[in-house]
Design a protein around this ligand. Structure first.
Ligand code: IPM
Ligand code: MN
Length: 355
């Protein structure tokens, strides 16, 4: 198949991990006889420097016409602080919104070989296999912001339609898995959460009688996630709760650097990015973990290109690489750690092997 992929390396470790993920996509194309065109575009802080805009029009246009978007990470001290005229994050939020990428899938599974890499006990995390479905284009991230001499406010709004469509994505996904859905809210305090709970219950009652639904308050969910993470299957929640809880959940897997994500809309189009940030503290040192970015490329193959065999193959190669002990510094604090390039090359050579 032929596919055009817009690549947005971004800032910090973004370009470093995206180089490895791009090489893996090229490797998949070669092995399975596809033609993927990967074209880089400026985005984030790098685009503020070059074009005074974190999401230049040409980048947005290329993202719209591409089959899928592979993104690194954005942000850094250079573009933050009260004096910063524009922020990289503004570009990311706009990209998600402009492309209608409202459903952010963040799978977390614990590899047996990595169970000791987590700060949590092996017996708590072994066998964890869950997916967060985070609402990505609504809520407090996008509400009106105000600031005056007395204070500031951020408005949180959700429409019924926004809740219905994300709950449907999550319930559909639960149907393909263990048929358990946990909806996370703060319905004891927030009006948007009370609406969230009502709508979720109605959608499940009417359309997904075969999926078991439980509601959980976000504070309690934060606790249960590290107390009994194996009990969760699919979790659906609003934008900001999802942002916070998925960073927490990444520690089940052992490192934030391992986790991929897919941001999907109504069609096949999607944005694929590791959930980690630009990590300015380690940028330029060649030590970042490329697995989150490579696994995001696998999600791109699966969801946007519908290449399930290729996606599963790439994922299996990442798992085999980690099982063979090739690990970046975040996963092997004591031993000799692999560099970003070594870890990427190890995955690539596995995926080129025959048989
Ligand atoms: C994420 C990031 C972004 C978010 C930031 C960079 C705007 O933390 O993708 O989780 O909060 O959504
Ligand atoms: Mn985040």
């Amino acid at each position: 198949m032929k596919a055009h992929i817009a690549v947005l390396p971004g800032d910090g470790i973004g370009p470093e991990v995206i180089a490895q993920a791009s090489a893996c996509l090229a490797g998949i194309a070669q092995r399975f006889g596809h033609q993927f065109t990967l074209t880089p575009y400026p985005f984030g802080g790098a685009a503020i420097d070059a074009h005074a805009d974190p999401l230049p029009e040409a980048t947005l246009a290329a993202c719209r016409s591409a089959d899928a978007i592979l993104l690194g990470a954005i942000g850094g001290p250079k573009w933050s602080g009260p004096a910063a005229p524009r922020r990289p994050e503004e570009g990311l939020l706009r990209l998600r919104r402009e492309l209608g990428a409202f459903a952010n899938l963040r799978p977390v599974s614990v590899l047996a070989a990595l169970a000791d890499a987590s700060t949590l006990k092996r017996e708590v995390i072994e066998g964890v296999d869950l997916v967060f479905v985070r609402e990505l284009t609504g809520g407090i991230y996008f509400g009106e912001k105000r600031r005056d001499a007395r204070g500031a406010s951020d408005l949180c709004t959700y429409t019924v339609a926004e809740i219905e469509r994300i709950v449907r994505v999550a319930a559909q996904l639960a149907r393909t898995r263990r048929r358990r859905l946990t909806s996370i809210d703060k319905a004891n305090v927030l009006e948007t959460s009370r609406l969230w709970r009502e709508v979720t219950q109605r959608v499940l009652d009417q359309e997904f009688k075969d999926v078991a639904l439980e509601h959980m308050l976000v504070d309690s969910a934060a606790m249960h996630l590290i107390r009994r993470p194996r009990d969760f299957d699919v979790l659906v929640t609003e934008n900001m709760f999802g942002d916070i809880l998925t960073d927490e959940a990444s520690m089940l897997a052992g490192s934030l650097g391992l986790l991929p994500s897919a941001s999907l809309g109504d069609g096949r189009h999607g944005i694929y990015e590791p959930i980690h940030g630009s990590a300015p503290d380690i940028a330029g040192r060649g030590i970042a973990n490329p697995c989150g970015a490579i696994l995001s490329a696998a999600m791109l193959l699966r969801h946007s290109l519908r290449l399930e065999t290729e996606a599963a193959h790439l994922e299996a190669c990442v798992v085999a690489t980690l099982e063979a002990g090739v690990r970046t510094a975040d996963l092997s604090p004591a031993g000799r750690a692999a560099t970003t390039a070594e870890a990427g090359a190890a995955v690539l050579s596995r995926l080129q092997q025959r048989g």
